[in-house]
Design a protein around this ligand. Sequence first.
Ligand code: FAD
Length: 225
Amino acid sequence: MKILIILAHPEEKSFNAAMFNTAISILEKEGHEVKTTDLYQENYQPVSGKGNFTRLKNTDYFKQQDEEVFALQQSTFMPDIISEQEKVEWCDMMIWQFPLYWFSVPAILKGWIDKVFTMGKFYDNGKIFGNGFSVGKKAMLSLTTGGPEKNYVDAKYGDIQSILFPIHRGILEFLGFSVVEPEVVYSVERLSEAEREIVLGNWSKRLINIEEEISQRTTEQTGLK
Ligand code: FAD
């Protein structure tokens, strides 16, 4: 498979970076082609707006989606947007590796989403969900939390699938991706060194079998069509 992995963590010695590096090395060893974007390392500029474009269609009133459609016709996207879009179009599967921030993705990854998934290219009138441009591609969230697992299964925080629903349904499935069961490492800072080694070992084992897992178990996480 062609696999794109996006990392959103500012520290290269972090556990998220270890998950990211493990994924690259295991997937390449298994014969997959891997491309990556390390957002902080690349000093990715996440603020989406007029700066997404080299030239605007309407300089009096900025409407991002109108400018996106214009940019597709006139090739006026900034180069950083084009290079990330090309990676998404290239891949069969995308993995986002991130720490959960405020029950969501870190802002740098949200900015990447806002900039990269442009109207006309990744979604359009009627080109969503089962008719989306990314139908046939897979996507998996791989995340760590500060909070313990028990808080994500009872009513305290809400269950993790509900927390991830806006990302699974509102972004990935909306675009046509099939969502693969997320990899969630709870309370990673409170694990012992040995427990973290086991987590990385289990992540490696899962990735070794990822193609088989996908062929057997790919489901729409949300259960909606
Ligand atoms: P790190 O602190 O980098 O790593 C944990 C430990 O693993 C460290 O001791 C590190 O040295 C060690 N380690 C690194 N590499 C390896 C390796 N190869 N093998 C073994 N050990 C290794 N949490 C929630 O639950 N819900 C929230 O909504 C939430 N919101 C947040 C919002 C913000 C703005 C912030 C800053 C944090 C938030 N958190 C939240 C907490 C956050 O999700 C966790 O701090 C984060 O997931 C921990 O992951 P990390 O990669 O940063 O861990």
